[in-house]
Design a protein around this ligand. Structure first.
Ligand code: SAM
Ligand code: SF4
Length: 429
Protein backbone atom coordinates (compact mmCIF):
# COMPACT_ATOMS: atom_id res chain seq x y z
CA UNK A 1 0.00 0.00 0.00
CA UNK A 2 2.91 2.35 0.60
CA UNK A 3 3.90 1.87 -3.03
CA UNK A 4 0.38 2.90 -4.10
CA UNK A 5 0.46 5.87 -1.70
CA UNK A 6 3.90 6.98 -2.92
CA UNK A 7 2.69 6.94 -6.53
CA UNK A 8 -0.44 8.91 -5.62
CA UNK A 9 1.60 11.44 -3.66
CA UNK A 10 3.73 11.85 -6.77
CA UNK A 11 0.64 12.21 -9.01
CA UNK A 12 -0.41 15.02 -6.62
CA UNK A 13 2.82 16.99 -6.20
CA UNK A 14 3.36 16.94 -9.98
CA UNK A 15 0.49 19.44 -10.09
CA UNK A 16 2.64 22.02 -8.30
CA UNK A 17 5.69 21.39 -10.42
CA UNK A 18 7.65 18.63 -8.63
CA UNK A 19 9.27 15.86 -10.64
CA UNK A 20 11.06 12.69 -9.61
CA UNK A 21 14.82 12.77 -9.87
CA UNK A 22 17.16 9.86 -10.42
CA UNK A 23 19.88 11.90 -8.78
CA UNK A 24 18.46 12.63 -5.38
CA UNK A 25 21.59 14.40 -4.20
CA UNK A 26 20.38 17.28 -6.36
CA UNK A 27 16.80 17.21 -5.05
CA UNK A 28 15.09 20.30 -3.67
CA UNK A 29 12.44 18.23 -1.91
CA UNK A 30 13.00 14.95 -0.08
CA UNK A 31 9.95 12.87 0.89
CA UNK A 32 10.24 9.69 2.93
CA UNK A 33 7.14 7.46 2.97
CA UNK A 34 7.35 5.25 6.05
CA UNK A 35 5.99 1.99 7.46
CA UNK A 36 5.42 1.36 11.16
CA UNK A 37 4.34 -2.28 11.15
CA UNK A 38 7.44 -3.65 12.90
CA UNK A 39 9.94 -2.13 15.31
CA UNK A 40 12.89 0.17 14.62
CA UNK A 41 10.73 2.03 12.05
CA UNK A 42 11.05 5.30 13.93
CA UNK A 43 14.82 4.95 14.44
CA UNK A 44 15.28 4.08 10.76
CA UNK A 45 13.64 7.39 9.85
CA UNK A 46 15.96 9.45 12.07
CA UNK A 47 18.93 7.47 10.77
CA UNK A 48 17.90 8.20 7.19
CA UNK A 49 17.47 11.89 7.96
CA UNK A 50 21.02 11.85 9.39
CA UNK A 51 22.22 10.50 6.04
CA UNK A 52 20.34 13.18 4.09
CA UNK A 53 21.77 15.87 6.35
CA UNK A 54 25.29 14.68 5.52
CA UNK A 55 24.61 14.62 1.78
CA UNK A 56 23.26 18.17 1.84
CA UNK A 57 25.78 19.55 4.34
CA UNK A 58 27.35 21.91 1.78
CA UNK A 59 24.29 22.32 -0.38
CA UNK A 60 20.96 24.10 -0.14
CA UNK A 61 18.79 22.19 2.34
CA UNK A 62 15.91 20.39 0.60
CA UNK A 63 12.35 20.58 1.87
CA UNK A 64 12.11 17.46 4.06
CA UNK A 65 8.75 15.71 4.39
CA UNK A 66 7.99 12.56 6.40
CA UNK A 67 4.86 10.74 5.24
CA UNK A 68 3.24 7.40 6.11
CA UNK A 69 2.52 5.53 9.32
CA UNK A 70 5.61 6.61 11.31
CA UNK A 71 4.51 10.19 10.61
CA UNK A 72 1.04 9.30 11.86
CA UNK A 73 2.30 7.63 15.02
CA UNK A 74 4.94 10.21 15.94
CA UNK A 75 3.29 13.37 14.55
CA UNK A 76 4.59 16.67 16.03
CA UNK A 77 7.19 14.82 18.13
CA UNK A 78 9.15 14.40 14.86
CA UNK A 79 9.29 18.15 14.31
CA UNK A 80 10.52 18.66 17.86
CA UNK A 81 13.13 15.88 17.82
CA UNK A 82 14.60 16.59 14.39
CA UNK A 83 14.50 20.24 13.25
CA UNK A 84 15.78 19.15 9.83
CA UNK A 85 12.25 17.77 9.18
CA UNK A 86 9.89 20.42 7.78
CA UNK A 87 6.54 18.69 7.33
CA UNK A 88 4.90 15.54 8.73
CA UNK A 89 1.96 14.05 6.80
CA UNK A 90 0.00 10.94 7.84
CA UNK A 91 -1.38 8.34 5.41
CA UNK A 92 -4.95 9.67 5.56
CA UNK A 93 -3.96 13.30 5.00
CA UNK A 94 -1.65 13.24 2.01
CA UNK A 95 -4.29 14.78 -0.26
CA UNK A 96 -3.45 18.03 1.58
CA UNK A 97 0.21 17.83 0.60
CA UNK A 98 0.18 20.55 -2.09
CA UNK A 99 -1.45 23.15 0.16
CA UNK A 100 0.87 22.15 2.99
CA UNK A 101 3.98 22.55 0.83
CA UNK A 102 2.83 25.85 -0.68
CA UNK A 103 1.97 27.18 2.78
CA UNK A 104 5.43 26.15 3.99
CA UNK A 105 7.17 27.84 1.07
CA UNK A 106 5.25 31.06 1.72
CA UNK A 107 5.25 31.19 5.54
CA UNK A 108 7.98 28.74 6.60
CA UNK A 109 5.39 27.21 8.92
CA UNK A 110 6.34 23.68 10.05
CA UNK A 111 3.19 21.63 10.54
CA UNK A 112 1.93 18.08 10.90
CA UNK A 113 -1.18 16.82 9.10
CA UNK A 114 -2.39 13.65 10.76
CA UNK A 115 -6.19 13.70 10.77
CA UNK A 116 -8.06 10.57 9.67
CA UNK A 117 -10.04 11.77 6.71
CA UNK A 118 -10.11 8.98 4.09
CA UNK A 119 -13.38 10.24 2.57
CA UNK A 120 -11.85 13.61 1.61
CA UNK A 121 -8.60 11.92 0.64
CA UNK A 122 -10.16 9.61 -1.93
CA UNK A 123 -12.60 12.27 -3.08
CA UNK A 124 -9.62 14.50 -3.85
CA UNK A 125 -7.53 11.69 -5.36
CA UNK A 126 -10.39 10.64 -7.66
CA UNK A 127 -9.92 13.98 -9.43
CA UNK A 128 -6.21 13.37 -9.93
CA UNK A 129 -5.46 10.64 -12.45
CA UNK A 130 -3.54 7.58 -11.33
CA UNK A 131 -0.56 7.75 -13.68
CA UNK A 132 0.93 4.38 -12.67
CA UNK A 133 1.20 3.29 -16.31
CA UNK A 134 2.54 -0.07 -15.13
CA UNK A 135 1.52 -3.43 -16.58
CA UNK A 136 0.59 -4.51 -13.04
CA UNK A 137 -0.90 -1.70 -10.97
CA UNK A 138 -2.08 -1.41 -7.39
CA UNK A 139 -5.48 0.08 -6.68
CA UNK A 140 -6.46 0.82 -3.07
CA UNK A 141 -10.14 0.06 -2.44
CA UNK A 142 -10.22 -0.12 1.36
CA UNK A 143 -8.11 1.25 4.18
CA UNK A 144 -7.87 0.99 7.93
CA UNK A 145 -9.02 -1.71 10.29
CA UNK A 146 -11.55 -2.24 13.08
CA UNK A 147 -10.29 -5.66 14.17
CA UNK A 148 -7.62 -4.66 16.68
CA UNK A 149 -5.44 -7.76 16.68
CA UNK A 150 -3.42 -7.37 19.85
CA UNK A 151 -0.06 -7.16 18.05
CA UNK A 152 -0.96 -4.69 15.28
CA UNK A 153 -0.61 -0.90 14.89
CA UNK A 154 -2.74 -0.60 11.76
CA UNK A 155 -5.99 0.45 13.53
CA UNK A 156 -4.00 3.27 15.17
CA UNK A 157 -1.98 4.42 12.16
CA UNK A 158 -4.45 3.89 9.31
CA UNK A 159 -7.59 4.53 11.34
CA UNK A 160 -11.02 2.87 11.16
CA UNK A 161 -12.13 0.74 8.19
CA UNK A 162 -13.12 2.79 5.18
CA UNK A 163 -14.26 1.48 1.79
CA UNK A 164 -14.11 3.70 -1.26
CA UNK A 165 -17.24 4.20 -3.41
CA UNK A 166 -17.67 1.46 -6.03
CA UNK A 167 -17.80 3.77 -9.08
CA UNK A 168 -14.76 5.74 -7.95
CA UNK A 169 -12.74 2.48 -7.96
CA UNK A 170 -14.08 1.27 -11.30
CA UNK A 171 -13.25 4.66 -12.87
CA UNK A 172 -9.70 4.46 -11.51
CA UNK A 173 -9.36 0.93 -12.92
CA UNK A 174 -10.55 2.12 -16.35
CA UNK A 175 -8.05 4.95 -16.32
CA UNK A 176 -5.21 2.59 -15.36
CA UNK A 177 -6.15 0.32 -18.25
CA UNK A 178 -6.20 3.23 -20.73
CA UNK A 179 -2.58 3.78 -19.71
CA UNK A 180 -1.40 0.24 -20.31
CA UNK A 181 -2.31 -1.68 -17.14
CA UNK A 182 -3.22 -5.34 -17.71
CA UNK A 183 -3.27 -6.59 -14.13
CA UNK A 184 -5.06 -4.85 -11.27
CA UNK A 185 -4.16 -5.68 -7.67
CA UNK A 186 -6.94 -4.48 -5.39
CA UNK A 187 -5.50 -3.35 -2.08
CA UNK A 188 -6.66 -2.94 1.49
CA UNK A 189 -5.39 -3.69 4.98
CA UNK A 190 -8.44 -5.98 5.04
CA UNK A 191 -9.35 -5.91 1.40
CA UNK A 192 -12.10 -8.52 1.71
CA UNK A 193 -13.87 -6.43 4.36
CA UNK A 194 -14.71 -4.04 1.49
CA UNK A 195 -18.28 -2.84 1.83
CA UNK A 196 -19.76 0.27 0.27
CA UNK A 197 -23.54 0.59 0.05
CA UNK A 198 -24.63 -2.81 -1.28
CA UNK A 199 -21.30 -3.64 -2.89
CA UNK A 200 -18.75 -6.18 -1.63
CA UNK A 201 -15.32 -7.20 -2.94
CA UNK A 202 -16.94 -9.93 -5.06
CA UNK A 203 -19.03 -7.29 -6.92
CA UNK A 204 -15.95 -5.19 -7.56
CA UNK A 205 -13.94 -8.09 -8.95
CA UNK A 206 -16.74 -9.07 -11.31
CA UNK A 207 -17.13 -5.46 -12.49
CA UNK A 208 -13.40 -4.97 -13.09
CA UNK A 209 -13.24 -8.28 -14.97
CA UNK A 210 -15.68 -6.80 -17.49
CA UNK A 211 -13.08 -4.26 -18.66
CA UNK A 212 -11.85 -6.00 -21.83
CA UNK A 213 -8.19 -4.96 -21.53
CA UNK A 214 -7.88 -6.29 -17.96
CA UNK A 215 -6.16 -9.68 -18.15
CA UNK A 216 -5.72 -10.43 -14.45
CA UNK A 217 -7.24 -9.41 -11.13
CA UNK A 218 -5.75 -10.02 -7.69
CA UNK A 219 -6.56 -8.74 -4.21
CA UNK A 220 -4.55 -8.45 -1.02
CA UNK A 221 -4.51 -8.61 2.04
CA UNK A 222 -7.46 -10.61 3.27
CA UNK A 223 -8.66 -11.57 6.72
CA UNK A 224 -10.05 -15.11 7.19
CA UNK A 225 -13.13 -13.74 8.96
CA UNK A 226 -14.10 -11.78 5.84
CA UNK A 227 -13.79 -14.70 3.38
CA UNK A 228 -17.55 -14.59 2.89
CA UNK A 229 -19.59 -17.04 0.78
CA UNK A 230 -20.11 -14.51 -2.04
CA UNK A 231 -16.33 -14.12 -2.39
CA UNK A 232 -15.66 -17.86 -2.27
CA UNK A 233 -18.49 -18.39 -4.75
CA UNK A 234 -17.05 -16.20 -7.51
CA UNK A 235 -14.13 -18.64 -7.83
CA UNK A 236 -16.67 -20.90 -9.57
CA UNK A 237 -17.10 -18.57 -12.52
CA UNK A 238 -14.49 -15.81 -12.44
CA UNK A 239 -12.72 -15.24 -15.75
CA UNK A 240 -9.72 -13.22 -14.62
CA UNK A 241 -9.17 -13.73 -10.88
CA UNK A 242 -5.79 -15.38 -10.29
CA UNK A 243 -5.59 -18.72 -8.44
CA UNK A 244 -3.30 -17.54 -5.60
CA UNK A 245 -4.98 -16.41 -2.38
CA UNK A 246 -2.93 -14.51 0.18
CA UNK A 247 -4.73 -15.26 3.44
CA UNK A 248 -2.71 -14.50 6.58
CA UNK A 249 -3.22 -17.00 9.38
CA UNK A 250 -0.44 -15.76 11.76
CA UNK A 251 -0.30 -18.97 13.84
CA UNK A 252 -1.37 -22.61 13.66
CA UNK A 253 -2.50 -22.65 17.30
CA UNK A 254 -6.02 -21.75 18.42
CA UNK A 255 -4.63 -20.74 21.81
CA UNK A 256 -2.34 -18.17 20.18
CA UNK A 257 -4.98 -16.98 17.73
CA UNK A 258 -7.23 -16.28 20.72
CA UNK A 259 -4.44 -14.47 22.57
CA UNK A 260 -3.84 -12.40 19.42
CA UNK A 261 -7.56 -11.50 19.21
CA UNK A 262 -7.67 -12.84 15.67
CA UNK A 263 -11.40 -13.68 15.76
CA UNK A 264 -10.94 -16.89 13.73
CA UNK A 265 -9.84 -20.44 14.51
CA UNK A 266 -7.72 -22.94 12.60
CA UNK A 267 -10.92 -24.88 11.86
CA UNK A 268 -12.41 -21.74 10.22
CA UNK A 269 -9.24 -21.40 8.17
CA UNK A 270 -9.25 -25.03 7.05
CA UNK A 271 -12.92 -24.79 6.10
CA UNK A 272 -12.12 -21.86 3.75
CA UNK A 273 -9.16 -23.81 2.34
CA UNK A 274 -11.26 -26.95 1.73
CA UNK A 275 -14.12 -25.03 0.12
CA UNK A 276 -11.81 -23.24 -2.30
CA UNK A 277 -9.82 -26.36 -3.16
CA UNK A 278 -13.07 -28.15 -3.88
CA UNK A 279 -14.14 -25.38 -6.24
CA UNK A 280 -10.76 -25.40 -7.96
CA UNK A 281 -7.83 -27.64 -6.96
CA UNK A 282 -5.46 -25.27 -8.81
CA UNK A 283 -5.95 -22.62 -6.15
CA UNK A 284 -2.88 -22.15 -3.96
CA UNK A 285 -2.45 -20.25 -0.69
CA UNK A 286 0.17 -17.90 0.70
CA UNK A 287 0.17 -16.46 4.19
CA UNK A 288 1.76 -14.31 6.91
CA UNK A 289 3.10 -15.84 10.13
CA UNK A 290 4.07 -14.21 13.40
CA UNK A 291 6.64 -16.32 15.20
CA UNK A 292 7.07 -16.22 18.96
CA UNK A 293 3.97 -14.33 19.98
CA UNK A 294 4.09 -14.10 23.81
CA UNK A 295 2.88 -17.38 25.31
CA UNK A 296 3.75 -19.49 22.22
CA UNK A 297 5.07 -22.81 23.58
CA UNK A 298 6.59 -25.76 21.69
CA UNK A 299 3.17 -27.29 21.10
CA UNK A 300 1.76 -24.05 19.64
CA UNK A 301 4.80 -23.71 17.43
CA UNK A 302 4.48 -27.31 16.22
CA UNK A 303 0.84 -26.59 15.37
CA UNK A 304 2.12 -23.84 13.06
CA UNK A 305 4.59 -26.24 11.41
CA UNK A 306 1.81 -28.80 10.96
CA UNK A 307 -0.49 -26.24 9.38
CA UNK A 308 2.26 -25.28 6.92
CA UNK A 309 2.72 -28.96 6.03
CA UNK A 310 -1.04 -29.41 5.59
CA UNK A 311 -1.69 -26.33 3.41
CA UNK A 312 1.68 -26.25 1.58
CA UNK A 313 1.67 -22.46 1.38
CA UNK A 314 3.63 -20.79 -1.41
CA UNK A 315 5.31 -17.35 -1.23
CA UNK A 316 4.63 -16.73 2.47
CA UNK A 317 5.99 -14.09 4.84
CA UNK A 318 7.13 -14.82 8.38
CA UNK A 319 8.18 -12.35 11.05
CA UNK A 320 9.31 -12.57 14.65
CA UNK A 321 6.77 -10.87 16.90
CA UNK A 322 7.66 -7.21 17.29
CA UNK A 323 6.08 -5.35 20.22
CA UNK A 324 4.42 -2.18 18.99
CA UNK A 325 3.82 0.77 21.32
CA UNK A 326 0.16 1.38 22.08
CA UNK A 327 -1.02 -2.15 21.22
CA UNK A 328 -2.38 -4.63 23.78
CA UNK A 329 0.60 -6.94 23.27
CA UNK A 330 3.17 -4.15 23.69
CA UNK A 331 4.18 -5.08 27.23
CA UNK A 332 3.72 -8.85 27.25
CA UNK A 333 6.64 -11.00 28.32
CA UNK A 334 8.85 -11.79 25.35
CA UNK A 335 10.14 -15.25 24.45
CA UNK A 336 13.88 -15.84 24.64
CA UNK A 337 15.69 -14.50 21.54
CA UNK A 338 17.52 -17.77 20.85
CA UNK A 339 14.23 -19.69 20.76
CA UNK A 340 12.72 -17.04 18.50
CA UNK A 341 15.48 -17.26 15.90
CA UNK A 342 15.42 -21.07 15.99
CA UNK A 343 11.67 -21.07 15.41
CA UNK A 344 11.88 -18.50 12.62
CA UNK A 345 14.57 -20.58 10.90
CA UNK A 346 12.45 -23.71 11.14
CA UNK A 347 9.36 -22.01 9.74
CA UNK A 348 11.26 -20.31 6.95
CA UNK A 349 13.08 -23.51 5.98
CA UNK A 350 9.76 -25.32 5.73
CA UNK A 351 8.16 -22.50 3.73
CA UNK A 352 11.22 -22.26 1.45
CA UNK A 353 11.19 -26.02 0.96
CA UNK A 354 7.55 -25.85 -0.19
CA UNK A 355 8.46 -23.05 -2.55
CA UNK A 356 11.44 -24.99 -3.98
CA UNK A 357 9.31 -28.10 -4.49
CA UNK A 358 6.56 -26.08 -6.18
CA UNK A 359 9.05 -24.30 -8.47
CA UNK A 360 10.94 -27.49 -9.30
CA UNK A 361 7.66 -29.21 -10.22
CA UNK A 362 7.14 -26.49 -12.85
CA UNK A 363 10.33 -27.31 -14.77
CA UNK A 364 9.57 -28.53 -18.30
CA UNK A 365 6.00 -27.29 -17.94
CA UNK A 366 4.37 -24.38 -19.77
CA UNK A 367 3.25 -21.31 -17.83
CA UNK A 368 1.36 -18.18 -18.82
CA UNK A 369 3.48 -15.20 -17.96
CA UNK A 370 2.30 -11.60 -17.95
CA UNK A 371 5.38 -9.70 -19.08
CA UNK A 372 6.06 -6.62 -16.96
CA UNK A 373 9.42 -5.25 -18.04
CA UNK A 374 12.91 -5.78 -19.40
CA UNK A 375 15.43 -7.20 -16.94
CA UNK A 376 17.90 -4.64 -15.51
CA UNK A 377 20.56 -5.46 -18.10
CA UNK A 378 17.95 -5.23 -20.89
CA UNK A 379 18.80 -8.62 -22.41
CA UNK A 380 15.72 -10.57 -21.24
CA UNK A 381 12.22 -9.89 -19.96
CA UNK A 382 10.64 -10.30 -16.57
CA UNK A 383 7.05 -11.26 -15.79
CA UNK A 384 4.88 -13.18 -13.37
CA UNK A 385 3.12 -16.50 -13.45
CA UNK A 386 -0.51 -16.89 -12.38
CA UNK A 387 0.90 -17.65 -8.90
CA UNK A 388 2.92 -14.40 -8.79
CA UNK A 389 6.25 -16.19 -9.20
CA UNK A 390 8.87 -14.18 -11.09
CA UNK A 391 9.71 -15.59 -14.50
CA UNK A 392 12.67 -14.49 -16.64
CA UNK A 393 12.91 -15.50 -20.29
CA UNK A 394 14.35 -14.58 -23.68
CA UNK A 395 11.63 -12.09 -24.65
CA UNK A 396 11.63 -8.74 -26.40
CA UNK A 397 10.46 -5.25 -25.45
CA UNK A 398 7.36 -5.81 -27.61
CA UNK A 399 6.31 -8.65 -25.25
CA UNK A 400 5.74 -6.18 -22.38
CA UNK A 401 2.04 -6.10 -21.43
CA UNK A 402 1.32 -9.44 -23.13
CA UNK A 403 0.68 -12.91 -21.74
CA UNK A 404 3.24 -15.31 -23.16
CA UNK A 405 3.36 -19.07 -22.91
CA UNK A 406 6.75 -19.98 -21.50
CA UNK A 407 8.44 -23.34 -21.13
CA UNK A 408 10.18 -23.42 -17.74
CA UNK A 409 13.73 -24.75 -18.01
CA UNK A 410 15.21 -23.99 -14.59
CA UNK A 411 14.12 -22.76 -11.19
CA UNK A 412 15.34 -21.57 -7.85
CA UNK A 413 13.35 -20.66 -4.75
CA UNK A 414 12.14 -17.30 -5.98
CA UNK A 415 12.50 -17.32 -9.76
CA UNK A 416 11.69 -19.46 -12.78
CA UNK A 417 13.78 -19.28 -15.95
CA UNK A 418 12.21 -20.17 -19.29
CA UNK A 419 11.97 -20.08 -23.06
CA UNK A 420 9.30 -18.38 -25.12
CA UNK A 421 6.80 -20.47 -27.13
CA UNK A 422 3.96 -19.30 -29.36
CA UNK A 423 0.62 -19.30 -27.56
CA UNK A 424 -0.90 -18.59 -24.17
CA UNK A 425 -3.71 -20.46 -22.49
CA UNK A 426 -4.09 -18.77 -19.12
CA UNK A 427 -5.33 -20.75 -16.14
CA UNK A 428 -7.80 -18.77 -14.04
CA UNK A 429 -9.15 -19.42 -10.58
N1 SAM B 1 -4.99 -7.50 7.79
C1 SAM B 1 -4.16 -8.59 7.54
C2 SAM B 1 -4.53 -9.72 8.49
O1 SAM B 1 -5.38 -9.55 9.29
O2 SAM B 1 -3.91 -10.75 8.48
C3 SAM B 1 -2.70 -8.29 7.68
C4 SAM B 1 -2.19 -6.94 7.44
S1 SAM B 1 -0.77 -6.51 8.41
C5 SAM B 1 -0.69 -4.86 7.89
C6 SAM B 1 0.55 -7.32 7.58
C7 SAM B 1 1.29 -8.36 8.35
O3 SAM B 1 2.24 -7.76 9.21
C8 SAM B 1 0.44 -9.21 9.29
O4 SAM B 1 -0.20 -10.23 8.60
C9 SAM B 1 1.43 -9.71 10.31
O5 SAM B 1 1.93 -10.99 9.98
C10 SAM B 1 2.55 -8.67 10.27
N2 SAM B 1 2.59 -7.93 11.54
C11 SAM B 1 1.73 -7.00 11.96
N3 SAM B 1 2.06 -6.59 13.21
C12 SAM B 1 3.16 -7.28 13.58
C13 SAM B 1 3.97 -7.31 14.74
N4 SAM B 1 3.70 -6.56 15.78
N5 SAM B 1 5.03 -8.17 14.78
C14 SAM B 1 5.31 -8.95 13.71
N6 SAM B 1 4.59 -8.96 12.59
C15 SAM B 1 3.51 -8.14 12.50
FE1 SF4 C 1 -3.73 -5.59 11.79
FE2 SF4 C 1 -4.90 -7.22 10.01
FE3 SF4 C 1 -5.39 -7.51 12.61
FE4 SF4 C 1 -6.33 -5.36 11.34
S1 SF4 C 1 -6.89 -7.52 11.00
S2 SF4 C 1 -5.38 -5.38 13.33
S3 SF4 C 1 -4.67 -4.99 9.89
S4 SF4 C 1 -3.41 -7.80 11.52
Amino acid sequence: MNEYDSNRIYDTVKKIGYNKTENYEEANCYLLNTCHIRDKAKEKVYHEIGRVKKIFRFKKKPLVIIAGCVAQAENDEMLRREPYIDLVIGPQSYHKINDTILNYIEKKEKIEQTEFDPFSKFDYLSKIKNESGKVSSFLTIQEGCDKFCHFCVVPYTRGPEYSRPFNQIVDEAKYLVENGTKEIILLGQNVNAYENEKFRLSDLILEIEKIPEVERVRYTTSHPKDMTEDLIDIYKYTKKLMPLIHLPVQSGSNKILKAMNRKHTIEDYLEIFDKLKEINPNIEFSSDFIIGYPGEDDKDFNDTLNLIKRIKFINSYSFIFSPRPGTVAADLELIDKKILTERLDKVQNLLFENQMIMNKSLENKYLNVLVENLTDDGTQVFGRSEYMTSVIFNGKKSDIGKIKKIKIEQSNRSTLFGEKTNNSNQKVA
